[in-house]
Design a protein around this ligand. Structure first.
Ligand SMILES: [Zn+2]
Length: 267
């Protein structure tokens, strides 16, 4: 199977889109699922709240802290159940963060102080709680690696895809100015009284069929079942490149395990 990949847009290392030709829907979906479900990232898992007289219950504070994306260094940390400590928890699989704040102030993610300078909140301005005068929050948090199939706080980002759109303007539709106007993503240009496809925009087509309706079926919108446009957006723990690399690594190891077990079963 010949696969060819072309980068379409790179807004930053954390947000890209690319076209992948020559694959099947199940192949595309497997890639999507391993990337969003099986890539380990750090998130806060345990908390010891020493003081909290803010308006939020301890559980609410814990929930908000769990969802803060932490910049993840995959080389320094192991999943707790794959660690030498056999799940007991040690410096190889866990990381301590502390937070101490006194009102009046808004507590932000940047108030979390991490034991490891390489691991910190991906965004400093995520509000955690607003403290009034006399209110205090003090806690110790333990972060560890996890997978999003366990809890969404361990999701590295968002990956989705669509088929590559194919648009055919028949002669009858060439004078359809309305067709250009109804398209919500600007697939068409209407210049010199002629409807044309805007080559920069047509891949944004969402297959909504507004132009098909406006042209009474004179425009045909279909899709290429072997070409997929992928969108990847990282939540900040790992960049898109690392998400793809780690996802594929994890999938390879799942296949290796299957292969080993299968061989053993048929012995
Ligand atoms: Zn350990």
């Amino acid at each position: 199977m010949g696969i060819d990949i072309r980068l379409l847009e790179k807004e930053s290392n954390n947000k890209i889109s690319f076209m992948c030709n020559g694959i099947t829907p199940s192949y595309a979906n497997t890639l999507r699922r391993v990337m969003i479900n099986r890539v380990p990232v750090l998130a806060i898992e345990d908390l010891e709240i020493k003081k909290n007289n803010s308006v939020l219950y301890d559980e609410q504070v814990a929930h908000r802290l769990g969802l803060i994306p932490l910049v993840t260094d995959l080389r320094s940390y192991k999943m707790r159940d794959e660690c030498k400590c056999k799940g007991a928890g040690c410096a190889m699989c866990q990381l301590k963060l502390t937070l101490k704040a006194k009102g009046p102030k808004t507590v932000y993610s940047s108030d979390l102080k991490s034991q490891d300078p390489k691991v910190k909140p991906a965004y400093p301005n995520i509000p955690i709680v607003k403290l009034l005068k006399g209110q205090e929050l003090a806690l110790t948090a333990i972060a560890e690696l996890g997978e999003a199939r366990e809890h969404a706080k361990w999701a590295p980002g968002l990956v989705y895809y669509k088929y590559k759109p194919e648009i055919d303007i028949s002669k009858k539709a060439e004078s359809c100015e309305e067709c250009a106007e109804v398209c919500p993503v600007g697939v068409y240009d209407f210049t010199n009284n002629k409807l044309k496809i805007n080559q920069d925009n047509y891949l944004k087509c969402t297959l909504c069929d507004a132009c098909v309706e406006a042209s009474n079926g004179a425009i045909k919108v279909s899709y290429d079942r072997k070409s997929f446009i992928f969108y990847m957006e990282s939540w900040g723990q790992l960049d898109c490149k690392k998400i793809a690399k780690k996802g594929i690594e994890r999938f390879n190891s799942i296949l290796d395990t299957f292969s080993k077990e299968f061989k053993a079963a048929l012995k």
